[in-house]
Design a protein around this ligand. Structure first.
Ligand code: KIV
Length: 273
């Protein structure tokens, strides 16, 4: 019993649960989390999957892209999330250049995310270009979530954060990539910023659940960057984001009140004797 608890399996959502949800037509809810405070809240709210996304580079670390994020940073934030998560499946992004150089490198780096970070699975960007990596990771027992469409790590190649698969040729290529990832054993795949009908076709063609972000309602689940969803990324969030809260303005107002009370002496109240 002790061993099961130490490996963090007890009560957690499993890969198989996600496939069962797809089979039953139940939607999968995923959000990003980068620290223990948010992970505890989101896990308590019943999220199926928490993604330690490399978007942390942009929304937490202040970079303009995800490219500078390091493997050590991903592991550091993954640890914070897995330490407190009791229910959700925790998936961690492999950062730029941690899986593109060689399959051996990819296995070593994914292994660190699982062993040191405590994540249950990794996510990598790309289709047929990373198929050898997906196959090898799955073969050695590391579950892989794919990511197609807008690939933030390829932002320069794509000339910016823009919608993908808008022409029929691009859509065909993306669908072929999705089918290839599915066959290679990816347990789920993120579809980012693609037309709704392309996402619907992929969702119907693959056995793995699709998790959409800016890809319409037909996907098997949805993901958002939590800082976007809760109003913590200023005006810079993408157009498809729905804001479920305005925490940014709440925090700014609370901080302003604190400043005022410290300056006027209203806080702290005299201590009781
Ligand atoms: O890094 C991230 O947060 C992601 C999501 C946008 C899916 O990959």
């Amino acid at each position: 019993m002790k061993r099961i608890m130490a490996t963090g399996l007890r009560g957690h959502v499993r890969i198989r649960d996600l496939r069962d949800k797809k089979a039953r037509g139940e939607k999968i809810a995923m959000l990003t989390a980068y620290d223990a405070a948010f992970a505890r809240l989101l896990d308590g709210a019943g999220l199926d999957v928490l993604l330690v996304g490399d978007s942390l580079g942009m929304v937490v670390l202040g970079y303009e892209t995800t490219i500078p994020v390091t493997l050590d940073q991903m592991i550091h934030h993954t640890r914070a999330v897995t330490r407190v998560t009791r229910h959700a499946l925790v998936v961690t992004d492999m950062p730029f250049m941690s899986y593109q150089i060689s399959v051996a490198d990819a296995v070593r780096n994914a292994g660190r995310i699982i062993k040191e970070g405590g994540a249950a699975a990794v996510k990598i960007e790309g289709g047929r270009a990373v198929l050898d990596v997906v196959e090898r990771l799955v073969a050695v027992g590391i579950p892989v979530m794919g990511h197609l469409g807008l690939l933030p790590q390829s932002v320069h190649q794509l000339s910016g954060f823009r919608k993908q698969a808008k022409t029929s040729e691009e859509a065909e290529r993306l669908i072929d990539d999705a089918v290839a990832l599915d066959r290679a054993g990816a347990f789920a795949m993120v579809l980012e910023s693609i037309p709704d009908d392309v996402a619907a076709t992929v969702t119907a063609r693959v056995s793995a659940p699709t998790i959409g972000i800016g890809a319409g309602p037909a996907c098997d689940g949805q993901v958002l960057v939590c800082h976007d969803a809760f109003g913590l990324s200023g005006e810079s969030s993408p157009p498809f984001v729905k804001r479920y809260a305005e925490l940014g303005s709440l925090v700014a107002a609370a901080a302003g009140k604190y400043v005022e009370e410290v300056r006027t002496g209203a806080f702290p109240a005299p201590s009781q004797k």
